[in-house]
Design a protein around this ligand. Structure first.
Ligand code: URA
Ligand code: SF4
Length: 272
C-alpha cells in the first residue's frame, strides 16, 4: 500500500535533511535551490496536500528541476566531495540522488554518480555499483575497485587523476547485470557527465558496459582491444576487473589494452 501523503512528505524531508547534513560533512558550503522549492519548503507539512503525480524524473529533462513533492525517499547521496557544490557535475549528482527513473531506485542505499578529476585524460566506465559502492556512494571501492586502482597506478596515474563511473548509478539487487531498460534509463546521466568531463579517452570495462554504451552483442573477448568511438570519444573496451579477479591470466591482455590507451594519449608506459 502506498504510504500516506503526510508520512511520505515527512520521509522526503528526513531524506533531504540527511542529504544536506551529508553535503555539510563533505565540506560543501552551498546548495542550489529552485525558488519554487524554497516556497514549498516554507509551507508547513501538516495538512499539506501532496499531488499524486508520478515520481520519475527523466534524466535529460530534469535539469534545474526539483523532484516532484511525491518523489520517493531519496537514496542517500554519494559520499564523494569531488562534486563541488555549484558545479554542473554536482548538480547531476544531486539529480541522481533523487532519481526514480528506473526500478533500481527501490533497492539502493546510496546512489553512485561516479567521482574523480573534472578534466581527466581517462574516464573508466564500469557496469554498476556493488555492495561496497552502494554502502559508500563511491564507484569501484570494493575488491574490483582495488584492482582497478592498481591498474590505474600501473598506467602512471592516481585514482584522483582520472574519472571513475558506471553505466547505472544504483546497485542492481544481488549484483545482477542491469537490464537494457535500466541502462537506457540511466545512460543520459553518463552522457551528460561525459559532455562536461570531456575525457580524452574512455575505457569501457566488461561485456555489460560495452552492451550499454554500444548496443552490441559482440562478446567482450572479441571486441576488447579494438578502438570504438562513443560520441566522438575514443573508447577502449576491455575486461572488467571483477572478471580479472576470477581469471588472473586475462590481466596480460588487459595490460595490452591499457598500453594502447597510454599510446593514444602520447604517454610513456611506466616500467616495473
Ligand atoms: N563493479 C562495477 O562495475 N562498478 C563498480 O563501481 C564496482 C564494481
Ligand atoms: Fe535513476 Fe539510474 Fe538509479 Fe535508475 S539506476 S534510478 S535511472 S539513477
Amino acid at each position: 500500500m502506498a504510504p500516506a501523503p503526510r508520512a511520505q512528505a515527512a520521509a522526503l524531508v528526513d531524506g533531504m535533511i540527511d542529504h544536506l547534513q551529508h553535503l555539510k560533512e563533505s565540506g560543501q558550503k552551498s546548495v542550489r535551490l529552485d525558488p519554487d522549492v524554497l516556497g514549498q519548503l516554507a509551507k508547513p507539512i501538516a495538512g499539506q496536500v501532496i499531488p499524486g503525480e508520478r515520481a520519475a524524473v527523466p534524466p535529460q529533462t530534469a535539469e534545474r528541476r526539483a523532484p516532484p513533492p511525491s518523489a520517493k525517499l531519496p537514496g542517500k547521496p554519494a559520499a564523494s566531495a569531488a562534486h563541488a557544490s555549484g558545479t554542473a557535475l554536482g548538480a547531476i549528482a544531486e539529480r541522481i540522488a533523487v532519481c526514480t527513473a528506473c526500478g533500481l531506485c527501490q533497492t539502493r542505499t546510496r546512489t553512485v554518480p561516479g567521482q574523480g578529476a573534472t578534466r581527466p585524460d581517462i574516464l573508466f566506465v564500469g557496469e554498476g555499483p556493488g555492495a561496497d559502492e552502494d554502502a559508500q556512494g563511491l564507484a569501484f571501492v570494493g575488491r574490483a575497485g582495488q584492482l582497478l586502482t592498481k591498474m590505474i597506478k600501473a598506467m602512471g596515474y592516481e585514482r584522483e587523476d582520472v574519472w571513475i563511473g558506471n553505466i547505472v548509478k544504483c546497485r542492481p539487487p544481488n549484483n545482477r547485470a542491469p537490464s537494457l531498460e535500466e541502462m537506457a534509463a540511466c545512460l543520459p546521466y553518463l552522457k551528460e557527465q561525459i559532455g562536461l568531463l570531456q575525457p580524452r579517452v574512455m575505457v569501457c570495462m566488461g561485456a555489460t558496459a560495452v552492451k550499454g554504451l554500444f548496443e552490441t552483442a559482440t562478446p567482450i573477448s572479441k571486441i576488447r582491444g579494438t578502438w570504438l568511438s562513443f560520441e566522438g570519444i575514443d573508447t577502449m573496451p576491455t575486461f572488467h576487473p571483477a572478471y580479472l579477479l576470477r581469471n588472473p591470466s586475462a590481466k596480460r591482455v588487459v595490460w595490452q589494452d591499457l598500453k594502447a590507451v597510454l599510446e593514444k594519449l602520447g604517454k610513456p608506459v611506466p616500467q616495473g
